[in-house]
Design a binder for this molecule. Structure first.
Ligand code: GDP
Ligand code: MG
Length: 151
């Protein structure tokens, strides 16, 4: 099983979409293994988005992410990184297909509600950046017996 880092961004919290976003990930069958609400510091924002440093949208992105609380989560499941990225849809909400979280609920390239790790390697880095080991729970989800055909 794979783990991925997901964050409901300030626009998602402000718009009251935390429950909707969590519900969509739960319904897909992903397992929640860590969750916390926090006001992101400038330092954490810069580290999380370090790959985008120098791009024109970077200062605005840091201002956005630190502007109001976020909900940070770790979700687990088969191919969780790719599965979450598919559920989110592409970055620009105006272009994302209906059926995706961004396609259904966002209409902007910056204010796009939610972050999901883009590879297993960045998932590992982001989980380590946002969560301590003892904040992540290893628990048995009995629903998985009916979710995955393990032959
Ligand atoms: P993601 O992996 O789909 O979240 O997209 P990226 O990693 O490319 O960008 C990180 C975040 O920066 C996006 O989710 C947006 O919030 C923001 N962003 C990316 N590209 C743009 C842009 O062209 N303009 C603005 N305003 N924000 C952007
Ligand atoms: Mg990204």
């Amino acid at each position: 099983m794979e783990r991925t880092f997901v964050m409901v961004k300030p626009d998602g919290v402000q718009r009251g979409l935390v429950g909707e976003i969590i519900a969509r990930l739960e319904r897909k069958g992903l397992k929640l293994v860590g969750l916390k609400m926090l006001q992101v510091s400038e330092e954490l924002a810069r580290r999380h988005y370090a790959v985008h440093e120098g791009k024109p949208f970077f200062p605005g992105l840091i201002r956005f992410i630190t502007s109001a609380p976020v909900v940070a989560m770790v979700w687990e499941g088969r191919e969780a990184v790719a599965v979450v990225r598919n559920l989110l849809g592409p970055t620009d909400g105006a272009k994302a297909a209906p059926g995706t979280i961004r396609g259904d609920l966002a209409n902007d390239i910056g204010f796009n509600l939610v972050h999901g790790s883009d590879s297993p390697e960045s998932a590992r880095q982001e989980i380590a950046l946002w969560f301590r080991q003892d904040e992540l729970l290893d628990w048995e989800n009995h629903r998985e017996a009916w979710l995955y055909d393990r032959g």
